[in-house]
Structure formats: structure tokens, C-alpha cells
Design a protein around this ligand. Structure first.
Ligand SMILES: [Cu+2]
Length: 441
């Protein structure tokens, strides 16, 4: 009974929420190696916690015999004591594809550990997964009415049974009914007790639901101020883990510009950076941070940039102003469906080799035209680099190839812009691509 009440308490009100790691892109796409095996792992996160995540694992090679998966905390004692892992099921249609369902019981920075055995021995891989509730499920009207009806019947029955017991229990067979007052008094007392119990139950239910609602992820709206050429983002409470060398990765995007910049913590605790020259206008701002626990958070807001005459971009900051590099191309599939795990594959031609930009072979930013989806990708996929480091994973570094590959799945249909950033000859290049994503098949 208690368990049922708990389940019911968890499904009370609907609280939509949109921000977390990335914006509107809650699934995790990750590519890495488990020992000798190269795997593409997709973690489809549940909308509520506790909830069931679906893990999809595709092996590049056909020699994988068995795959197991287990969820654990990313850090702390919980990361050293794995529970019994679950076996992933091999697909009949595609023997290199495995799936499993895992209960995610906790909020916060988790990891899914994937263990593989096969012809070339064994290997493991850890995929960081930020677990958070995106919503509270509602109870359907029909179920609510049914439960309310049953509750009313039960309450009336308790009162009736008590009345009957007081009236009839001491009565000899065949004797006339006793006078009504004691029975009525008993029923009145029972009625008050039942109503009191229901009121207490309602209080408990509401407090459980409020507790849960406090865990539902709320969008983070960064507080932004522009003073001259300096953009300031108000202090963030937590200590931030540096993500490829910077505590904050920020993006100002309009139709004509995409500025990737890195505010640093100033003396007053705010994060600040110098803006380059930007045309006056309304920009979408996205800010990526990673909390001390390895939990990534992305905030978003609109920013009005005034007419400013500022200097060029400096340091690791970079800007796209509509440049087109004819030798940078996207090996794009004829059709892309929402939810489909993909390798976004770009070719960078030319003689100059690709150099690391902020330690990575490349960066890609995916933005849906209405701003409802924003994701920052690397050759490992959509996971945050500090979380990957905490999970003991290795970053994919430039390997001398002319290809940049970003594992990702577009979360919903629509038109998107994909900004790809790379570095060659000491210069950062940014190229914009457009893509239309169709509904899931
Ligand atoms: Cu990046």
C-alpha cells in the first residue's frame, strides 16, 4: 500500500522544465572504446526519476559476445561498489546491436558502465549520464475519478460498518433493535476520524509531491549585463569544473554571427569576457558549465547587444561571421530522422593538418532554429569532458585524419544549424551547415 501511495504521490502535477545538460537534448550519445572494441552508446534518459533508461550499444566489430550494463554514481563511494549488472540483449536483425533497460533511481551525476567480452578479451567503458527529472507525470482523469470513487466507497463503508457493529454486535438473535443514539454517535465519531485520516493523507501526498517537484530540473536563465565591451554573467553558486580549460563556454548566436567565448571569474565573483565587434541586435545566449559533481548545465537567455566598437576576438574565443570554407564539407545522409543515433561526419580538406582547438579535434554546436535545442558536441559525443574525465574516460584527440566525427541524435524534427569548429595553420575556422530533420520513423 505504501509503495502505491508513493507512486501516486509522484504523479501529481505537471511542471514542464527545459534546461539541463544541453537544451532540449536530454539523451546521451557517446563513442569510445571498451578495451579493443569500439562502441557507439546511446542512453535514452527517462523523463522522470526513478525511471527507466534505454541503453543502445552498437559495436563496430562483429566479435562481441556479451555486453552488460550497470548504472552507478559518477564519483564518491557509490562509484566503487557496482550493483549486479544487467545483460544487454543482442538484436536478431543486427548482431552488432545490443539493448538494455536500466532503472535510474537517483538524481545527479551518474554513469552507465558498459562491460564487453568477446573474441579479443574483455573491456569496459563508462558513459557519464546526468540524471534529472524533466517533468512530473500527471494522473489521467479516468484513473483519478476511479480512485476517488473507490476512496468514497471505502470511507462510507467504514462509517457504515462501525455503525452496524455498535448497533448489532450486542443484540441477541431475534431481539428488537436498540435505540439509535449510540450507533449514530459511533458513526459520527467514525466519520470525523475518516475525514481526519484523509486530510493527513492529503498533507503527506502534497509534501511528497512538493519534494519531487523541487527535484524537477528548472531552466537556468543566466543574468547578463553588458558594460562597454565587457559582457558579465552573474555569479554561479557552485564551484565549476574547467571544461577544456575554461569554467564557462558561452555562445552568442544571431542569423549572421556565432561567437564562442569564455567568461572567466572576476574579482567580484561574476564571470566576464571582452566582446569583439558585433553588429547591434538581439542574440541568443547559451552558457555551458559543469558543476563540481560533474553535472553539466546549460543556461539560455536573449541578449540585446548595443552598437559597440570593440576589438577582435582573443585567446580561445572565436567568431563566425558568415565565412564559407569550400573545402569543408558534411558527408550528410540523404535523410535524417529525429532520435536516430548518427555520426555527423565532416571533411576538412587542404594541406594544413588539423590541430587541437582547446584540446579537441573539433567542436560542433547544434541549434534548432527556434532555440529549443542547443547541444555542444565533441568527437566523443554529447557528454561533458570533465564528467568523462571523472568517469576515467579518454578524450578523442586529433589523429591526423582529415575527418571530424561527432556522435549525436537530433531530438526532434525541424530545421537546425550545425556550427563546426576546427583549427589549422594556427587559425580557428567555423563553418555553418543547415539541416532539416524529419519525424522519427
Ligand atoms: Cu567544445
Amino acid at each position: 500500500m505504501t509503495r502505491w501511495l508513493r507512486v501516486l504521490a509522484l504523479v501529481l502535477v505537471l511542471l514542464p522544465a527545459s534546461a539541463s545538460a544541453h537544451v532540449g537534448s536530454p539523451d546521451v550519445f557517446f563513442e569510445g572504446t571498451a578495451g579493443p572494441y569500439r562502441l557507439f552508446v546511446t542512453v535514452r534518459t527517462p523523463p522522470v526519476i526513478p525511471g527507466i533508461a534505454t541503453i543502445e550499444i552498437r559495436s563496430d566489430s562483429p566479435d562481441v559476445r556479451e555486453v552488460t550494463v550497470v548504472p552507478m554514481r559518477l564519483t564518491g563511494p557509490g562509484s566503487e561498489l557496482p550493483p549486479t549488472p544487467d545483460h544487454a540483449t543482442r538484436s536478431d536483425a543486427d548482431p552488432q546491436f545490443f539493448t538494455a533497460e536500466l532503472w535510474l533511481m537517483e538524481h545527479g551525476s551518474l554513469q552507465v558502465r558498459v562491460a564487453v567480452t568477446g573474441a579479443r578479451g574483455a573491456g569496459t567503458l563508462a558513459v557519464p549520464v546526468p540524471a534529472y527529472a524533466r517533468e512530473t507525470l500527471t494522473m489521467s482523469r479516468g484513473l483519478g475519478a476511479l480512485l476517488f470513487g473507490l476512496m468514497t466507497v471505502l470511507a462510507l463503508a467504514i462509517v457504515g460498518i462501525l455503525g452496524g457493529a455498535v448497533r448489532e454486535a450486542t443484540r441477541e438473535p431475534g431481539a428488537p433493535a436498540p435505540p439509535p443514539p449510540p450507533a449514530r454517535l459511533a458513526m459520527a465519531i467514525a466519520g470525523v476520524a475518516v475525514v481526519g485520516l484523509l486530510a493527513l493523507g492529503n498533507l503527506w501526498w502534497t509534501s511528497e509531491a512538493n519534494n519531487y517537484a523541487a527535484w524537477v530540473m528548472k531552466p537556468w536563465t543566466p543574468m547578463v549585463r553588458i558594460d562597454g565591451c565587457t559582457l558579465r554573467i552573474a555569479q554561479v553558486a557552485d564551484t565549476l569544473l574547467p571544461d577544456h580549460g575554461h569554467p564557462m563556454h558561452a555562445f552568442l548566436v544571431s542569423d549572421e554571427r556565432m561567437l564562442h567565448f569564455h567568461p572567466e571569474r572576476g574579482a567580484d565573483g561574476d564571470y566576464e569576457d571582452q566582446l569583439p565587434y558585433l553588429p547591434k541586435g538581439r542574440y541568443r545566449l547559451f552558457v555551458d558549465i559543469v558543476l563540481g559533481s560533474g553535472f553539466p548545465v546549460t543556461g539560455t537567455t536573449m541578449v540585446d547587444v548595443p552598437d559597440l566598437r570593440c576589438g577582435p576576438v582573443e585567446g580561445d574565443d572565436s567568431i563566425w561571421s558568415g565565412e564559407i570554407y569550400p573545402d569543408v564539407t558534411w558527408d550528410k545522409p540523404a535523410e535524417i530522422h529525429a532520435g536516430e543515433p548518427l555520426r555527423l561526419r565532416f571533411h576538412v580538406a587542404g594541406d594544413a593538418p588539423l590541430e587541437p582547438y582547446m584540446g579537441m579535434a573539433g567542436h560542433a554546436m547544434v541549434l534548432r532554429d527556434d532555440g529549443s535545442v542547443f547541444a555542444h558536441l565533441h568527437p566523443n559525443g554529447s557528454v561533458a569532458m570533465p564528467a568523462l574525465a571523472l568517469a576515467g574516460g579518454k578524450m578523442a584527440l586529433p589523429d591526423g585524419s582529415r575527418e571530424l566525427v561527432f556522435p549525436y541524435g537530433f531530438p526532434k524534427p525541424g530545421s537546425y544549424r550545425v556550427f563546426v569548429q576546427f583549427k589549422r595553420g594556427g587559425v580557428v575556422g567555423t563553418q555553418e551547415f543547415r539541416v532539416t530533420v524529419s519525424t522519427r520513423t
